[in-house]
Design a protein around this ligand. Structure first.
Ligand code: AMP
Ligand code: ZN
Ligand code: FE
Ligand code: FE
Length: 281
């Protein structure tokens, strides 16, 4: 078995740990590999990382893709975070997000909530403001009693303050990752709300568009769900990854780090250009 975490959010998106703190915590927990995979941004990689981490950092990103029904996220690994086309596309998504945030602030004003963009940026601790930051501030200011209430009453899809965000087409997300030298991986497949053959078909379709792997080991996965992902990976010749989707204190039930069989992770680790540490097989 090996300890690793290939799905971590930092303050560069909606996580509460800075990239440096994640590196330190990954070391403390003895992770052999870790990847910061922020939503639609690679800003976590702008500043140099401490080079005394015990594990190897694999540069990553998590792209939201257009999908009707549930949620479709594509993880990218081994990307060059400075690749021009990737940067340009992510910047476009960010400027759309800024416009969306301004509209949501106007919507809040109409509801009598006093929340400014400055306060949201401060709450976010980085440039990317998302709905979790809105919910945190609404709680702090006493407009709601829990973060979940903020989502249920105001922020969830279909609620008064909800505005959809701009997303890439799945094939464009995959192409963007590959263009930046990375491997594209199907994140938390069950969040698509598909099961059985429907999920298998979607994975097959993504594989035909250049997908390289599937996130079989994930915080919320049951043994059965892991088994199903491993089966899909085997049938389609996809690599297998393991990630927690750690967000720090905003999702306190999700700890940093996963434990997965080394032999199942080895093909991915090698494909992304790394080697398993000695003693693991
Ligand atoms: P955004 O990128 O601004 O649309 O925010 C997306 C994030 O909001 C997700 O990563 C979740 O953490 C959170 N979120 C979305 N829907 C809900 C919900 N119904 N209840 C609680 N949190 C949610
Ligand atoms: Zn998130
Ligand atoms: Fe995700
Ligand atoms: Fe995530």
């Amino acid at each position: 078995m090996m300890k690793l975490d290939l799905h971590i959010h930092s303050t560069a998106s909606d996580g509460t740990y800075s990239p440096g703190k994640i590196a330190k915590e990954s070391s403390n927990r003895g992770l052999s590999f870790f990847s910061i995979t922020d939503h639609d941004t690679v800003a976590a990689y702008d500043a140099p990382f401490p080079n005394d981490t015990a594990g190897t950092l694999i540069p990553g990103v998590e792209l939201s893709a257009e999908f009707s029904g549930g949620t479709l996220h594509i993880l990218g690994y081994g990307i060059d975070p400075f690749e021009e086309n990737l940067r340009k596309n992510l910047e476009e998504l960010q400027s759309f997000r800024l416009e969306r945030n301004k509209k949501m602030i106007e919507g809040m004003e109409e509801l009598g909530f006093d929340i400014s963009l400055e306060e949201l940026l401060n709450e976010a601790g980085g440039e990317l403001v998302g709905r979790p930051h809105f919910s945190a501030l609404m709680l702090k200011k006493g407009y709601v009693e829990t973060r979940q209430e903020a989502f249920d009453k105001y922020l969830k899809k279909g609620a008064p303050l909800y505005i959809d965000k701009k997303r890439l087409l799945p094939e464009d997300a995959i192409a963007l990752i590959k263009g930046a030298g990375g491997l594209a991986v199907f994140a938390h497949p069950f969040q698509t709300n598909l099961l059985g053959n429907d999920l298998r078909e979607l994975a097959g379709d993504l594989a035909s568009k250049g997908l390289s792997g599937v996130e079989a080991f994930y915080s919320s996965h049951t043994e059965k769900e892991i088994g199903f992902c491993l089966e899909i990976a085997k049938d389609l010749g996809l690599l297998v990854t393991a990630g927690s989707d750690f967000h720090g204190d905003i999702k306190p039930d999700i700890p940093l780090g996963m434990i997965a069989p080394s032999k199942l992770l080895k093909p991915f680790i090698e494909s992304v250009g790394c080697r398993l540490p000695g003693g693991l097989s």
